[in-house]
Write a protein that binds this ligand. Structure first.
Ligand code: SF4
Length: 384
């Protein structure tokens, strides 16, 4: 049995957010023929997610072993690791591990690129490695067919690659006991990153790994800003990509944001929309204009100055965003914001009826750069 077949038996799926079967991705690159390239994506940018940096700091050898295994399976002589420019410590850990790798195998280069959120998109990082601005490419073609310098390219998340050696060594055991790293942050006692068995109820993960939610659970964002949140009653759902997708959300990079019961859902919607507005790279007008429009209407709604027709404009802008853009940014932002509003129609009505936020209390903007919630989990990374 060859490596790709063994990987398929293990059931390993990508931890970059999509949970796409790794073996199918490898096979697609191999089927293209020609000289393949392998790229490890370590440009983690999801707010609150620290699991990729944790992996590179704690298990750089496993990341490189997975990268080498992929290169060997695909016949690649060249491999790259792409990180954000500010990730000095993970880059140093990888360079130190690289110095101990035996001779032979692919030539591996570590790149510290751009710090933007969108630089983690798989075609944007290829642009950056090629020396251009980290902007997503229009698709098709996908990187498996036309990637780095036009060659068939496997782009795989660093956590995924770190799990490859274990998956190849014993595929059946890997499948039977699969775990994933989960960054747990927000209104919890102990924010941090934890290894969690797939299928564990979210409520148990929050209690056993993060010391629980002192203010009670109001909302759960299992994929950070990249999918609609779950309500408190859905906290018994398992931490599992398929189950969460079926519930109208997603697991994504398992950046699990817990929002306390006293927080205002509309403030969260404003925070979410602000994130997508700030991080739009500026390449596609429907995304640039749409994310700004969506954020503006939500700010008016939260402040109580929106009118009934603004809800119509909001849905119109979101509908437009869901169909345009070179990458998933606009689509994801619109889906997440609409999903949040749909889960809490009473909150929308309460704001319109009250002419402002009826919640009062401390403003909550977890998706803002350097928010207290993000600072707390980043501190946990420093202590790891
Ligand atoms: S959809 Fe938005 S983030 Fe993506 S390439 Fe276009 S402008 Fe940039």
């Amino acid at each position: 049995m060859d490596a790709i077949e063994r990987l398929g038996r293990s059931g390993l799926r990508g931890r970059g957010g999509a949970w796409f079967p790794a073996a199918r991705k490898w096979q697609a690159v191999k089927a293209e023929g020609g000289e393949a390239v392998v790229v490890a994506n370590g440009a983690e940018g999801e707010p609150g997610s620290i699991k990729d940096r944790f992996t590179m700091l704690r298990r750089p050898d496993a990341v490189l072993a997975g990268l080498r295994a992929a290169a060997e399976a695909l016949g690649a002589r060249e491999a790259h690791v792409y990180l954000k420019g500010s990730f000095a410590a993970p880059a140093a850990a990888l360079e130190a591990a690289l110095a101990t790798v035996p001779a032979g195998g692919p030539e591996i280069r570590v790149h510290r690129g751009e710090d933007s959120y969108v630089a983690g998109e798989e075609t944007a990082l290829l642009e950056s490695i090629e020396g251009r601005r980290a902007w997503p490419r229009p698709k098709p073609p996908r990187p498996f067919a036309v990637g780095l310098h036009g060659r068939p390219t496997l782009v795989q998340n660093v956590e995924t690659l770190s799990r490859v050696p274990e998956a190849l060594a014993d595929p059946e055991a890997f499948r039977a006991g699969e775990t994933t790293l989960c960054s747990i942050w927000g209104d919890v006692a102990l924010p941090g990153v934890h290894e969690v068995r797939l299928g564990t109820p979210l409520r148990d993960v929050i209690a056993s790994c993060a010391g629980g939610a002192p203010d009670g659970i109001g909302l759960l964002f299992p994929a950070g800003p990249s999918a609609p949140p779950l309500s408190a009653v859905q906290a018994d759902l398992p931490l599992d990509p398929d189950a969460l997708r079926a519930a109208g959300s997603a697991l994504g990079t398992a950046s699990l944001l817990v929002v306390g019961a006293s927080r205002c859902p509309l403030q969260l919607a404003v925070s979410l929309a602000g994130f997508f507005e700030r991080e739009a790279c500026g390449q596609c007008p429907p995304c640039t204009v749409g994310t700004a429009r969506l954020a503006g209407i939500l700010r008016d709604l939260e402040a109580g100055s929106a009118r009934g027709r603004d809800l119509h404009y909001l849905r119109e802008a979101a509908g437009f965003m869901q169909q345009h853009g070179y990458c998933a940014h606009a689509r994801t932002g619109a889906t997440a914001a609409l999903g949040l509003l749909a889960r809490f129609p009473e909150a929308v009505e309460a704001h319109v009826g009250a002419g402002g936020c009826p919640h009062g209390g401390t403003p909550c903007d977890p998706f803002a750069p350097g928010s207290p919630q993000q600072a707390a989990i980043e501190a946990a990374l420093g202590a790891a």
